[in-house]
Design a binder for this molecule. Sequence first.
Ligand code: GDP
Length: 297
Amino acid sequence: MLGLEGNDEVNLIPRPPVVTIMGHVDHGKTSLLDAIRSTDVVRGEAGGITQHIGAYQVNLASGNKITFLDTPGHAAFTEMRLRGATVTDVVVLVVAADDGIMEQTIEAINHAKASQVPIIVAINKVDKPDSNPDRVKQELLQHELVVEDMGGDILCIEVSAKARTGLDKLEEAILLQAELLELKANPDRSAIGTVIESKLDKGRGSIATVLVQKGTLKVGDIFVTGNESGRVRALMNERGQQVDSAGPSLPVEVLGLNGTPNAGDDFVVVESEAKAREIAAYRGHRDRELAVAAAGR
Ligand code: GDP
């Protein structure tokens, strides 16, 4: 193992669920994310300018937290899955109540099923006069999604991202689903996570948004991510504020990379710079060998 492990069995404590919102274009994914984000109780007090870092955590009035991945479209989800990264605990499938199930809705259902991630349905735009939630529920049956009020076990919530109704019910449903999944992680070990997105910033160098999945990531930690290594120079939350550490299910921007990793790459804290360089070099070498082999085929 790469990480410096603590006793994972003993130290497991509940962690917030990580949610991806999927659905057909224009059914309201962005609007719903924005509406949910506005329910964050810490947001107003903490201030700071919200910036896009691909993921953020919402603090609910109940004290619970939910992490949302804000990745554009299904491509990122599929890409990460192909790279073997499973970061999503729950998929919220947004279906517009006036439009019903469309091509990309079916695509999203298939992605979620293939990665065995539970689906919660959010029937959106119920404020519209021509909305028809019952028709959506009927259509879901054709894709083997049987919602609760039709005798199944799929949680289904009617919402309006525009009128901001049903959001608390949707958040409750996510937390209920999370409870059933018994999501736990050990915060008392070196961090392991996944890169959600990355960029090269002119002033600050390579920056990656990392979702911590186990352990706690701290400033000063030495890490390997993809074929790159580095030492954490600073950690920033989605408000652009510096933080000292990030525990399980918390997304943070990491500064201090020697190169730019890819979305879906792992992110592992190791004990020394020598070890980090060794692993990164090995991985780089392996990738070049694979490329040569593929070219020769
Ligand atoms: P996305 O492509 O799935 O991210 O969809 P958007 O969030 O961009 O929404 C597409 C359009 O639907 C926009 O014009 C939104 O203003 C509108 N919309 C989103 N949610 C609602 C809603 O709850 N009610 C109504 N009436 N319109 C909505």
